[in-house]
Design a binder for this molecule. Structure first.
Ligand code: DGY
Length: 329
């Protein structure tokens, strides 16, 4: 008998076709997310779920879905999954590392340039008919080329951003829990810096670190106070890494020059203060949203899911201890 899988969010036809070759599949192909209660109801008797970073998996959820043996997220970030609870309850959890590295790095550079050069504001200015012809002092921005760029978080994506930035001849500083190997520093022309030093020195600060209790409000009032008044802050990582209330205050007071944000505390809600600020460039959590990358993320999650329900070890298992201690019956 085929194992049962629920796909909690809209995915691609190819993803569903692949899953259907191996499992009995039910899916939410409406572009309206299930509420947690709906999701719990739909998961009754189901073996595994393909979820997204907006689907919260905590201990109560796992208790309410006793048949579920695997939660397979189509995201690299997994702060929405309580891994310890999954392990305790014998549930495998997986993510999709690697397949989105290039697209997220591209987008981080795109958001940096759009923010530095005020692209959305300039477009609004033109579309509303305010433009009277080129004026030397109009829409003045900040240069990315030859800037000092501080990258906070220097894993796969952070390093790929540094690689992209070499073309802009920038000086790269990075802050990370672990210093990378000297040959990587040399290849990426990057120097390690302590967080506070990086914040003091950087013209542009790019956040690309995972969210956890330790990185909650990694940038708050104190950190914004250390940054240059001319600095640009980019968050392409996770909401909650920045204290959005403190950021709104800093942007309003021009304590820093501008921010480009792809992620927010309490998504999909956005701090209303941000909407009012012309020096905030805002996008709706789309860093990985190129067609091939989103396809690859969905397929990677599906492959993890099929491996999990077939008794194998999913390639991107986040809690391998579960395999040793036993998956729940
Ligand atoms: C990820 O993969 O973590 C992206 O932020 C999409 O949620």
């Amino acid at each position: 008998m085929k194992k049962k899988v629920l796909v909690a969010r809209e995915v691609f036809d190819e993803t569903l076709q692949y899953l259907a070759q191996h499992c009995e599949v039910a899916s939410n192909q409406a572009n309206v997310p299930y509420t947690t209660d709906e999701l719990v109801r739909k998961l009754a008797g189901v073996d595994a779920a393909v979820i997204m970073s907006v689907d919260r998996v905590d201990d109560a959820f796992l208790a309410a879905c006793p048949s579920v043996k695997a939660v397979c997220s189509a995201s690299v970030g997994y702060n929405h999954i309580d891994l310890a609870a999954c392990t305790r309850r014998g549930v495998m959890a997986t993510n999709t590392p690697g397949v989105l590295t290039n697209s997220v790095a591209d987008f981080a550079v795109c958001l940096t340039l759009a923010t530095c050069r005020r692209l959305p504001e300039a477009e609004r200015f033109l579309r509303t008919g305010e433009w009277q012809g080129t004026h030397l002092k109009e829409m003045l921005g900040v240069d990315l080329h030859h800037a000092t760029v501080g990258i906070c978080g220097f894993g796969r994506i952070g390093q790929t951003i540094a690689q992209r930035l070499q073309g802009f001849e920038v000086k790269v500083l990075y802050a990370a829990r672990h210093r990378v190997a000297p040959e990587i520093e040399r290849r990426l022309n990057a120097s390690h810096a302590y967080k506070d030093d990086l914040l003091r020195q950087a013209d542009i600060v790019i956040l690309i670190l995972p969210y956890s209790q330790e990185t909650h409000h990694y940038i708050g009032q104190r950190e914004l106070g250390l940054m240059k008044r001319t600095a640009v802050l980019i968050n392409a990582a996770r909401g909650g890494i920045v204290d959005d209330t403190a950021l709104v205050e800093a942007l309003e007071a021009r304590r820093i020059w501008a921010a480009g944000l792809d992620v927010y505390e309490n998504e999909p809600k956005v701090n209303p203060g941000l909407y009012k600020l012309s020096n905030a460039v805002l996008s709706p959590h789309i860093a990985s949203a190129s067609e091939p990358t989103r396809q690859a993320m969905a397929m990677t999650a599906a492959k993890n899911c099929v491996a999990a329900v077939s008794g194998g070890t999913p390639p991107n298992l986040l809690n391998p201890e579960v395999r040793l201690q036993g998956v729940r019956a």
